[in-house]
Design a protein around this ligand. Structure first.
Ligand code: NAI
Length: 249
C-alpha cells in the first residue's frame, strides 16, 4: 500500500503545466488522486494531463484557466463540475511576477499581479469550497513565498500578494475548520523553475550565499510537502504556513 493514499480524491492544481504546479500534479497523481491540470493554453494543459495520466494510471483533465479573468474561472469550474462533480483538494499555485522598482511600478503592474495571485485565488476558492462543504472533507493549499515574509527589492506588488495569502489562509482555516476542511500555505524559497530562470547569475549567486543547505530548491521539494498536507496524516494541521527554503529564512 502507498504510504499516502489519495486514490479516492480529486484535485485541482492551478498553473500546473510546468514548474512547481506540474510537480504537485504529478505527486498527487502518484498518490492515486485524479488531477485537473490547468494552464492558460488549453492544448498544453491537455498534453500535460495526458502525460500524467499515462505515467501514473489515474484519471486527469486538462483545462484552460486564466486567473486574471473571473469569467474564465467560472467557466473552468463549470467544466470541472460537469466532468467530475467537484473536487476534494485545491492547490492555489498559479502566480505571476511583474518585477519593477517601486518608483517605476505602475498601477497596472500592481493590479495585474493582485488580480492573478490574490483575486483569482479568492474567486476560484469561493466556487470550489461549496462542494467540499457538502462532502464534509477538503484540503486547500495556497502557494505563498518567502518574500511574503522577507520582502524583496523590485517585488512590492508580488510580495504583497504573497503576504496577503497568509491572512487569507489563516482566516479561511478558521471559517472552514468545523466543516473538516483544512487550509494551509506553503512558502517556497528559491526554486528552479521558469519563474527564476531569467535572473542574472550575480543575483542567483547572492541568493545562494544565503541558503544554508547550499543549493536552490527543486519543484519536487515543494510538491512533497503539498501532498503530505493533502493527506490524512495532516488532518490536524490547519491555518499554518510551512517553509521550504533550504534554511534561508
Ligand atoms: P512558473 O512561472 O514556472 O509557472 C507558473 C504556472 O502558472 C504556469 O503553469 C502558468 O501557466 C500558470 N500561470 C501563469 N499566469 C497565469 C494566469 N494568469 N492564469 C492562470 N495560470 C497562470 O512558476 P513557478 O516557479 O512554478 O511558481 C509556482 C508558484 O510558486 C507561484 O505562485 C509562485 O509565485 C510560487 N513561488 C515560486 C518560487 C520560485 O522560486 N520559483 C518561490 C516562491 C513561490
Amino acid at each position: 500500500m502507498l504510504l499516502i493514499d489519495l486514490s479516492n480524491k480529486k484535485a485541482i492544481v492551478t498553473g500546473s503545466t510546468r514548474g512547481i504546479g506540474r510537480s504537485i500534479g504529478e505527486f498527487l497523481a502518484r498518490a492515486g488522486a485524479q488531477v485537473v491540470i490547468t494552464g492558460r493554453d488549453r492544448r498544453r494543459a491537455e498534453e500535460v494531463a495526458k502525460e500524467i495520466e499515462e505515467a501514473y494510471g489515474v484519471k486527469t483533465l486538462g483545462l484552460d484557466l486564466s486567473m486574471e479573468d473571473t469569467q474564465s474561472i467560472r467557466e473552468f469550474y463549470e467544466g470541472v463540475e460537469k466532468a467530475w462533480g467537484g473536487v476534494d483538494i485545491l492547490v492555489n499555485n498559479a502566480g505571476i511576477t511583474r518585477d519593477k522598482l517601486f518608483l517605476r511600478m505602475s498601477l497596472e503592474d500592481w493590479e495585474e499581479v493582485l488580480r492573478v495571485n490574490l483575486t483569482g485565488t479568492f474567486f476560484l476558492t469561493s466556487l470550489v469550497v461549496k462542494g467540499m462543504i457538502k462532502s464534509r472533507w477538503g484540503r486547500i493549499v495556497n502557494i505563498s513565498s518567502v518574500v511574503g515574509f522577507t520582502g524583496n527589492v523590485g517585488q512590492v506588488n508580488y510580495s504583497s500578494t504573497k503576504s496577503a495569502l497568509l491572512g487569507f489562509t489563516k482566516s479561511l482555516a478558521k471559517e472552514l475548520a468545523s466543516r473538516n476542511i483544512t487550509v494551509n500555505a506553503v512558502a517556497p524559497g528559491f526554486i528552479e523553475t521558469d519563474m527564476t530562470a531569467g535572473l542574472s547569475e550575480d543575483i542567483k549567486e547572492s541568493y545562494l550565499k544565503n541558503i544554508p543547505l547550499g543549493r536552490f530548491g527543486k519543484p519536487e521539494d515543494v510538491a512533497g510537502l503539498v501532498v503530505f498536507l493533502c493527506s490524512d496524516y495532516a488532518s490536524y494541521i490547519t491555518g499554518q504556513v510551512l517553509h521550504v527554503n533550504g534554511g534561508m529564512y
